[in-house]
Design a protein around this ligand. Structure first.
Ligand code: 5GP
Ligand code: MN
Length: 338
């Protein structure tokens, strides 16, 4: 995004517009935090702003300021189609390809509105007129802060914006510990706290609202953990039956994959979660250092993401998926073999 782009966007935003903001399907803290942060900013200029998420998100995100105003496409399709059709501007946040918004893909790609992408995933598609894409960024929330700064509006950041942006930076950086966390990230975090983000309250809202059943599910996941030491790899499986036993709710398995990486000497971790509803195995991949799970997921599991964190899926059953996973490890011997 260059100076001309910024000036054009400034001009666009100088009079009230019909604006839709869209996060990716199965939105996470960064997706909800960035869309709400931008929402609270744009509202100050009297735009008509609506956030439309492709589907629902976990309960631990359902406390953020104005979160209740987010529409879910999968249960309000007609209303949402009309809003998208009539939008003058569409912001797409925290994803790099319209394939990541599920059933919204067609209506968004057919819409003639001006599209603005703000995102930090690798290999972005070219659907937006204005693209702020930077894979070195910790989070889309950090980029929304920068975007507001580029518009010379840091003084417009109020406690609602600060709270939303803090949340997404915190969740996407694993509480400021992943390699993507820079001194610039911490400088922004400092400013967000100054502007009213209550860091310990936010941490509590996100991480300390577990149900008993979720902790029991974690116990099961950990007892299913398998290690392949020669490939410095660990993986977890959860069957649909296990999810049912522990009263699975959306978001309950968030973060489980990281336990594999916490093992000494392990640099590649995966979790495979059976979903009868979606008729797929959902896969989350994490790594340390240069080993790219983005590349691995693109090559073998219809997904992608970042170097150290990616998602994907498999149409095989759970057992076959694990066999496939184990069978591809030798391909990555150079990176993984100990
Ligand atoms: P998670 O494993 O937490 O679902 O996702 C890890 C990262 O990869 C997130 O940044 C997420 O947005 C991205 N990601 C997850 N699934 C996919 C996918 O199917 N395609 C792409 N390109 N990125 C994904
Ligand atoms: Mn993100």
């Amino acid at each position: 995004m260059n100076k001309d782009d910024i000036n054009s966007i400034k001009t666009l935003l100088s009079s009230p517009k019909a604006i839709v903001i869209i996060p990716h399907k199965n939105p996470d803290g960064d997706a909800i935090g960035s869309t709400l942060g931008l929402y609270h900013y744009l509202k100050q200029y009297n735009h008509n702003v609506t956030i439309i998420a492709p589907n629902d998100y976990p309960h631990f995100l359902k406390w953020m300021p104005e979160e209740h105003s987010i529409l879910k496409y999968d249960n309000k399709k007609e209303d949402c189609d009309a809003l998208i059709y009539n939008a003058e501007l569409i912001f797409t946040l925290d994803f790099n390809s319209l394939g990541r918004i599920g059933n919204m893909e067609t209506v968004v790609s057919n819409s003639e509105s001006i599209k603005i992408m703000i995102d930090h995933h690798q290999q972005p598609d070219d659907y937006a007129k204005y693209m702020y894409s930077d894979v070195s960024m910790s989070s889309t929330c950090e980029m929304v802060f920068n975007f507001i700064e580029m518009l010379n509006d840091v003084n417009k950041i109020n406690s609602d914006i600060a709270t939303c942006l803090y949340t997404g930076i915190m969740t996407d950086t694993g509480s400021f510990r992943f390699a993507s966390t820079t001194s610039a990230t911490h400088t922004i975090i400092g400013q967000l706290i100054q502007k009213g983000a209550n860091n310990s309250e936010i941490h509590n809202n996100i991480y300390d609202t577990n149900s008993y059943a979720r902790l029991q599910l974690l116990g099961r996941a950990l007892s299913n953990l398998k290690v392949i030491p020669e490939y410095r790899t660990a993986y977890i499986t959860l069957t649909q039956e296990e999810l049912n036993t522990f009263d699975f709710k959306k978001g309950d398995t968030e973060g489980f994959v990281n336990y594999g990486l916490s093992l000494k000497g392990i640099i590649f971790a995966a979790i495979f979660i059976e979903s009868h509803q979606d008729e797929i195995i959902k896969i989350s991949l994490r790594s340390k250092g240069d080993f790219s799970v983005n590349e691995l997921s693109r090559a073998h599991f219809h997904g992608g993401g970042h170097t150290n964190a990616a998602g994907g899926k498999s149409d095989l059953n759970l057992k076959e998926t694990i066999e496939k996973f184990i069978s591809i490890l030798p391909t990555y011997k150079k990176d993984l073999y100990f």
